[in-house]
Design a protein around this ligand. Structure first.
Ligand code: SDX
Length: 428
């Protein structure tokens, strides 16, 4: 028998169907709520709202579980490369050997940027934030690819998806090179996705450059951990922008803008800045006290999560990767890591964090790894955007192909002035 919930308002009673998925919480279908009750539901921040049906990523915040198309993130991070996970997110299954080789070839052969794009970089100041450059360059793509903007055409959706996934590492690496005043390094077709990115970041035309395989593997794993994460703020931004029929390049540019915020993807940069501000293990108590003070806007960056009320599984893998990278680089003592480890220990024993279920999230350790790899702090969120582009475009494709999808158009609780007569200038 179909499940439903009843709502009684005064003398009226309304029934709304309850829908169940393959796992996770059921949902109350309130699509007819306004038509039947004359009222809106109210959920700023969408703390209790399911915005769509999706089969891509499942998170159990209480268990600290993250599945991509049913596969645990730990298994994917340990056994796959980023291209395999990108294929999985886009197509729903892990690729066989032939499909993997074809997909890797197709992505590789779209990593170059149109030569005109060089001019976009020269329009920015050398100290422009890489996220500003990525917003601008990705948004401009729709001016270059008129051959693939028909979102109702599956072939156009696929080529646009491949172009976005393939070109993000080039765009990000060139933003770094531009900040240094160094020449852009073109991608190489004999390198894998993560290796090619590090090559474009650190090679110069003056000598051969070989990417450290341990660092390439670490970067590959970091990209996997950042690839997709259900209906987070930036993914929801991409979906909402796409719901109007906007082209995929404009939608991904909107996602980049949303990710930039310090409460979201910008947190990895904010964590490093916070650790530098704390400066010494002896000052941790002072900052934990600030984080607990309701009157102090300071929050422990890299801590807390809307969904995870347990350890973010990505943070666990990243803390292991952090130690691997520091060992590989022969970094014996890293003061920022010492502060992070001590901060994590203290917070996890503190009643405030225990009661509010605040644990380290994906952004807590990633910045320390990036810094150890020589990546500047301003590039941290650009790397997050590079990886999340695959998740965004997989979710965008799913939305376009969803027969239930409509243009997103929320309503409001209006608390402003009700109708009043016009006030002439002389009477104001
Ligand atoms: C990402 O959504 C995703 O999936 C995002 C992401 C992804 O992969 O896409 O996982 C990536 O964005 C990770 C989160 C990165 N952000 C940060 O690390 C910034 C610091 N964290 C907080 O700003 C906060 O925890 C959020 C934004 C992450 C979550 O905020 P919520 O869900 O809106 O929770 P909240 O702000 O209502 O906090 C609940 C309580 C509050 O106290 P009370 O008002 O109940 O008394 O916990 C407190 C908050 O003050 N709190 C913190 C805290 N985070 C929450 N207190 C101190 N330090 C913190 N970090």
């Amino acid at each position: 028998m179909a499940k439903s919930v009843s709502l009684t308002v005064g003398d009226n009673s309304y029934d709304f169907p309850v829908l169940g998925g393959s796992t996770g919480p059921d949902v109350v279908d309130i699509r007819k709520f306004y038509a039947e009750t004359g009222m809106f539901t109210y959920d700023p921040g969408f703390t209790s709202t399911g915005s769509c049906e999706s089969a891509i990523t499942y998170i159990d915040g209480d268990k600290g579980m993250l599945l991509h198309r049913g596969y645990p993130i730990d298994d994917l991070a340990k056994n796959c490369n980023f291209e395999e996970v990108a294929y999985l997110l886009l197509n729903g299954e892990l690729p066989n050997k032939e499909d993997k080789e074809t997909f890797e070839h197709d992505i590789t052969y779209h990593t170059m940027l149109h030569e005109q794009i060089h001019n976009f970089y020269s329009g920015f100041r050398r100290d422009a934030h890489p996220m500003a450059i990525m917003c601008g360059v990705v948004g401009a793509f729709s001016a270059f690819y008129h051959d693939s903007l028909d979102i109702t055409n599956p072939d156009h959706r696929r080529i646009s998806s491949y172009r976005l996934i393939a070109k993000m590492p080039t765009i990000a690496a060139w933003a770094y090179k531009y900040s240094l005043g160094q020449p852009f390094i073109y991608p190489r077709n004999d390198l894998g996705y993560a290796e090619n990115f590090l090559y474009m970041m650190y090679a110069t035309p003056c000598e051969d450059y070989e990417v450290n395989p341990t660092l390439a593997r670490a970067m590959d794993r970091i990209l996997i951990l950042h690839a997709d994460h259900e209906q987070n703020a930036s993914t929801s931004t991409v979906r909402l922008a796409g719901s109007s029929g906007a082209n995929p390049f404009a939608c991904i540019a909107a996602g980049i803008a949303s990710l930039w915020g310090p409460a979201h993807g910008g947190a990895n940069e904010a964590v490093l800045n916070m650790l530098k501000e704390i400066g010494d293990v002896s000052r941790i108590d002072e900052y934990v006290k600030k984080a607990k003070d309701k009157n102090d806007p300071f929050r422990l960056m890299g801590f807390g999560h809307r969904v995870y009320k347990n350890y973010d599984p990505r943070a666990t893998i990243l803390s292991e990767t952090c130690k691997e990278v520091l060992d590989e680089l022969g970094v014996k003592d890293n003061p920022l890591l010492d502060i992070a480890v001590a901060l994590e220990k203290l917070a996890l024993e503190d009643e405030y964090f225990i009661e509010k279920k605040l644990y380290p999230n994906v952004d807590f350790y990633s910045g320390i790894i990036f810094q150890a790899m020589g990546i500047p702090v301003t590039m941290f969120t650009a790397l997050f955007a590079l990886a999340r582009t695959t998740g965004w475009i997989a979710q965008w494709n799913e939305m376009i192909e969803d027969p239930q999808q409509k243009i997103g158009r929320p309503r409001q609780l209006f608390t402003g002035q009700t109708e009043r007569p016009y006030l002439p200038l002389g009477k104001r």
